[in-house]
Design a protein. Structure first.
Length: 434
């Protein structure tokens, strides 16, 4: 199971800085049934700072948490909220900041801290509006924080502020498809801006899917994507193949937690992550229905090395790898495919070995269900001998092996201490002699 691969899968909802900092080893980031997870939800509350530009204490907290996660090889699912942890009203008497300008300034300040820790955050949920930053609404008769949320110009400004702060490099997710579709160019046209559904697999009627996630609230139907919840769901299905998508279930009735429905919808909507603890009835249903481990494996990307071809021409080594993504989602960060040779001495392509040419090698180009070919040509080592080809799926920001991606290959020799993977079944080792 690839539960530890970065930027995908079940996440652990620890939420507070104190809960995260209390974990002193990577092995402590586990679910109730002992599954170690890579991603940890972290909610930063600015409840008391809703009307001030001074968030120096929050900056210190974020830096401390992200440094801690980086040291342990973990990542945060990060969200800024303007309510206390219980979702109640803040010091301003609302569920949102005092003004859009305050939110924009806070986003810029916190975004700078996050960018300084490029390996410590997997996704950013937009947050800021509503209880727990969930941009809440329960239909046209139950809109919460209407002063800030009900105006399209405010929503566009808030989503653009978050996209500007994070989405040049880190995926940002908005609460509803309408917020993506109505967004300014930095939101609507940016594939790093996606969606998170906080009531996934719940209600499903002709007027209501997932507690109004796909409803016509907020003038959703004025965007030319359909006139019913089902049509909006279908447009989201098409959109989700190339943008980040995640969320959690909730306890509404009737629910659609059954394995058949859950697996079908996660696949259709290209889900990248899901809460490992909420709603409890959903997790229980997936375990009793025997799809829990399938979900853990297929959320997000899942890379298989399907074929590996090599040949030597003179002193040049040519390598061709075919990699398939059998996950439901995609890798949003530009991880690189790297090669090395291991023998009496180790050689890394691009450093000790002279790389002559390569095709595009960023793995985020391989979407769900796709297979891509990557080609490399490099000069053989000057020392004659026997060498084994090695493969690494490397984090673009870190050489730390804890952030490398493991291939979904049986009986692989995963060298965690150096981040390289070899003996990639079903392909036999490629051994070179000269």
């Amino acid at each position: 199971m690839l539960s530890e691969n970065p930027c995908r899968g079940f996440y652990l909802p620890l939420d507070s800085a104190s809960n995260i900092l209390a974990k002193k080893a990577a092995s402590e980031f586990v679910t109730a049934d002992g599954m170690e997870l890579n991603t940890v939800r972290y909610l930063l509350s600015l409840s008391e700072a809703c009307a001030t530009l001074d968030i120096s204490s929050a900056v210190v907290e974020v830096s401390s948490v992200l440094s801690h996660l980086s040291a342990l090889g973990k990542r945060a699912l990060f969200r800024v909220i303007y309510t206390p942890a219980d979702g109640s009203k803040n010091a301003c008497g609302h569920y949102y900041p005092a003004s859009v300008a305050i939110a924009e300034a806070h986003s810029a300040a916190i975004g700078a801290v996050v960018k300084a820790h490029p390996t410590a955050v997997s996704f950013v949920e937009a947050g800021m509006l509503g209880p727990w930053g969930e941009w809440h609404s329960h239909g046209s008769s139950g809109v919460i924080n209407s002063d800030m949320l009900s105006q399209r110009a405010n929503r566009q400004a808030m989503s653009a502020a978050v996209a500007s702060a994070y989405a040049p490099t880190i995926p940002v997710l908005l609460r509803r498809p309408v917020f993506k579709l109505e967004g300014l160019a930095a939101v609507k046209e940016n594939n790093l801006v996606g969606l998170h559904n906080d009531c996934f697999l719940t209600s499903n009627t002709s007027t209501n899917i997932d507690l109004y996630t796909f409803s016509g609230d907020f003038n959703a139907y004025s965007l030319g994507v359909g006139n019913t919840p089902q049509e909006l769901w279908e447009s989201t299905r098409a959109l989700s193949s190339s943008i980040p998508m995640g969320g959690e279930t909730c306890t509404a009735n009737p629910n659609r937690f059954a394995c058949g429905t859950a697996v079908q919808e996660m696949k259709a909507l290209h889900y990248d992550y899901v809460n490992s603890a909420f709603a409890p009835n959903a997790i229980k249903t997936w375990k009793s229905g025997s799809c829990y481990h399938e979900i853990a494996k297929r959320l997000g990307y899942r890379f298989h090395l399907r074929e590996l071809k090599t040949h030597i021409t003179g002193k040049e080594i040519n390598v061709e790898l075919q990699i398939q993504n059998t996950g439901w989602g995609k890798l949003m960060m530009a991880y690189q495919l790297q090669l090395g040779l291991s023998g009496a001495q180790w050689y890394g392509v691009g450093s000790d070995l002279q790389l002559l040419s390569k095709s595009a090698s960023a793995l985020n180009s391989v979407l769900a269900g796709q297979q891509s070919t990557f080609k490399f040509t490099f000069m053989a080592p000057t020392a004659h001998g026997t060498y084994e080809l090695q493969v690494m799926l490397a984090d673009p920001h870190s050489a730390n092996a804890l952030y490398a991606i493991q291939l979904a290959t049986k009986k692989s020799d995963w060298r965690r201490t150096v981040g390289w993977q070899t003996r990639c079944a079903p392909v036999r080792n490629q051994i070179f002699y000269w």
